[in-house]
Design a protein. Structure first.
Length: 62
């Protein structure tokens, strides 16, 4: 089986370095998680709502 990414012609970015850079830029701008709006969920499917409820019922918070 061929790895689909081996034919990718574009630039590759390591997630760890991207996440670190994003965190640095947010800190420089004073942006916190509280400043970023969460998805309202108004268009969620019934199956997604059930999944999120099961996560909450198990003690999780997604």
């Amino acid at each position: 089986m061929t790895d689909k990414t081996e034919n990718w012609p574009g630039r590759r970015i390591a997630f760890k370095s991207f996440a670190a850079d994003l965190a640095r830029r947010r800190a420089e701008l004073g942006i916190t998680d509280a400043d970023i709006p969460r998805n309202s969920g108004t268009r969620r499917t019934a199956s997604k709502k059930a999944l999120l409820k099961a996560i909450r019922d198990a003690g999780g918070n997604w």
